[in-house]
Ligand binder design. Sequence first.
Ligand code: BG6
Ligand code: MG
Length: 226
Amino acid sequence: MIEACIFDLDGVVVDTAKYHFIAWKALAEELGFVFTLEDNERLKGVSRKQSLEILLEIGKKQFSETEKLAMAEKKNTLYVTYIEKMTPEEILPGVEKFLQELKSNEIKTALGSASKNAPMILERIGLTGFFDVIVDGNSISEAKPNPEVFLKGAEKLGVQPEHCVVFEDAIAGVEAARNAKMYCVGIGQPENLGLADFVIPGFDGFTLEKLKKELTASFRFPKGKV
Ligand code: BG6
Ligand code: MG
């Protein structure tokens, strides 16, 4: 039985990776090295602090903790100037319709995001009210692949992990869902998200019926369980 769906935000509900990229790239340029789109892939699903560590590793730079804190702050200030301007038009295709379908079928919903900016993004795109529970980077202490963010979501919803489905676009996030012992639908390319139960390119045309069908067909689940 599926009782709850837990959604990652960045890369699942909205494409904010492009804004993260602009802001990290600006910081890299300031520090004197090039940060590519390929490098940016490594930051998906990763916390702000860890993202900076990866960036500095790419640029082979070392700084004190205080300096790093200031850099993360600076990157975030630039990032916020972009997300402040977001509108409901930036909700990825099919997301709102799927959320509505879940609601009318009394399936609970939660947001499970590593981002400390999640509340602002949800406000800007007008989706705050769609989620029964919001767990974001402000309320967790362990980053994905630690399952904390999803377990907290399930706990707040009052649903057992085995009745939850997580939607994730990042490898660390899929691992976190697995570590939480939840079902997981990957959003993106199957070759990157092999640990997910199944992968879809996005929510366009995706329905609750398809979710149930795919999970039932998945080798992990005996037929009839979902
Ligand atoms: C994740 C993004 O959702 O949130 C990461 O995929 C990002 O790229 C992380 O680093 C933290 O986000 P923020 O908004 O708190 O810097
Ligand atoms: Mg993501």
